[in-house]
Write a new protein. Structure first.
Length: 405
């Protein structure tokens, strides 16, 4: 894909990020001064009647452009638009976009001309079919599972949360494999809601792996079916970048958040949420990719070609009347080395958060409604949003929100 195509992807991705930031988190730019009132935090019950109509309208106007994106970028755009639609509570569009992203990300790829070209010296990784890095695929399955939960389809929700864990199962370090707490706890919640007899075994596994921090949530799931699930994303996803001499390795830069805790405030007291996952930590603990080996080989070829040009340039002054030919040969060799596609693919999802906070509880703890507060280091409320109505008896409220700071 050419430069124009890449620019189009970047603009569309930034558009999705801007929509989520402006509508869901109070708009881009710096947070309010220390003594100012908290900025608005968009929190909504999925499948409820509280929609961000402004964002929904903007999404509707751009959805056809996303559907018409080049095939190599569709999964990226479907995923970003799906996440933004979910936070705006445009459930039909969120389901469509996330389903399309999942279809591409989960498909087996039979090597064809595109894949062969990417692996060739002149091919670039950015031209391959985008399927996302493991942490991106985890989040897509996670959000799709939340939509299934909100509709009461716990079987498909479980399948999504299990798929989320599988995306993370091939990390190099044994202790880093399938260690996302959020999908594990949501899987347990689904099993509780559907009466799965294997729940005690899963809860024991979660306790053994994650320790005391999950004890309160485990007690809830051991006691009864949850009625309120709150998932808040804060900050921005880690930034992909290339490193090494020829950009042949993918690395990440963290985007620190100003939020240190999420608190649920209601009439009879407060409830703390669980800081469940750090997306940056998940991204950097996956280890080397298969593509990194191919790019390393390309980088070696580029270095050798470049060295040949250096030799010709060194010999040029000694070649007498043929010096100009040596100089031209050196220039052509250098240009040839620059055509070897060594840069790692830095396309990325922009609508993801940097950290996840999770609460699983029952309606009795929170009453008819509550306020969600994002707190700073000193305990000051940076942002807040109200959840005014919870579903009636027998229904589970899936509350989502994001603060991109």
């Amino acid at each position: 894909m050419g430069e124009v195509g890449h620019q189009g992807v970047a603009e569309e991705a930034e558009g999705a990020s801007a929509l989520l930031g402006a509508r869901g988190g109070g708009g881009p730019g710096p947070l309010a001064p220390a003594k100012a009132a908290p900025i608005p935090l968009g929190v909504r019950a999925l499948c409820g009647d509280d929609r961000d109509e402004e964002t929904c309208k903007a999404l509707e106007g751009s959805a056809d452009r996303v559907r018409a994106m080049p095939s190599e970028n569709r999964a990226l755009m479907f995923a970003d638009w799906g996440v933004v639609a979910l936070h705006a509570n445009d459930v039909p569009l969120a389901k469509e976009m996330l389903d399309r992203a999942v279809e591409i990300m989960g498909a087996m790829i039979v090597e064809g001309e595109r894949e062969k070209k990417v692996k060739s010296l002149g091919g670039k990784e950015g031209e391959k079919l985008f399927k996302g890095e493991p942490h991106e695929r985890v989040m897509v399955y996670l959000y799709r599972g939340l939509l299934y939960m909100a509709e009461g389809d716990y079987d498909n929700a479980q399948a999504c949360f299990k798929s989320a864990s599988l995306q993370d199962a091939l990390a190099e370090g044994k202790n880093e494999r399938a260690n996302w707490l959020t999908p594990d706890l949501l899987l347990a919640a689904c099993m509780r809601l559907s009466g799965d007899a294997n729940l005690p075994e899963l809860l024991d596994s979660i306790k053994a792996r994650y320790g005391t921090e999950v004890e309160g949530t485990i007690l809830v799931l051991e006691r009864e079916s949850p009625r309120v699930i709150v998932l808040l994303g804060v900050g921005n996803p880690p930034e992909k970048r290339t490193v090494k001499a020829y950009g042949e390795e993918l690395a990440y830069t963290p985007c620190p958040t100003r939020v240190r805790a999420i608190r649920l405030v209601h009439g009879s007291g407060n409830r703390d949420t669980l800081r469940a996952d750090d997306v940056y930590q998940q991204a950097i603990t996956r280890g080397r990719r298969k593509m990194d080996e191919i790019l390393t080989q390309k980088a070696q070829s580029r270095k050798q070609t470049q060295s040949a040009g250096d030799v010709l340039a060194t010999l040029a002054p000694l070649a007498g009347q043929a010096s100009i030919l040596f100089a031209i040969g050196a220039e052509l060799t250098w240009r040839s080395s620059e055509k070897i596609g060594t840069d790692a693919d830095c396309r990325q999802m922009r609508a993801l958060p940097g950290e996840l906070y999770l609460y699983i509880g029952n309606a009795r703890e929170l009453g008819d409604g509550f306020t969600v507060e994002a707190l700073s280091d000193g305990g000051r409320a940076l942002a807040s949003g109200e959840v005014r109505r919870l579903p009636g008896q027998g229904k589970v409220a899936i509350i989502v929100g994001r603060l991109p700071y």
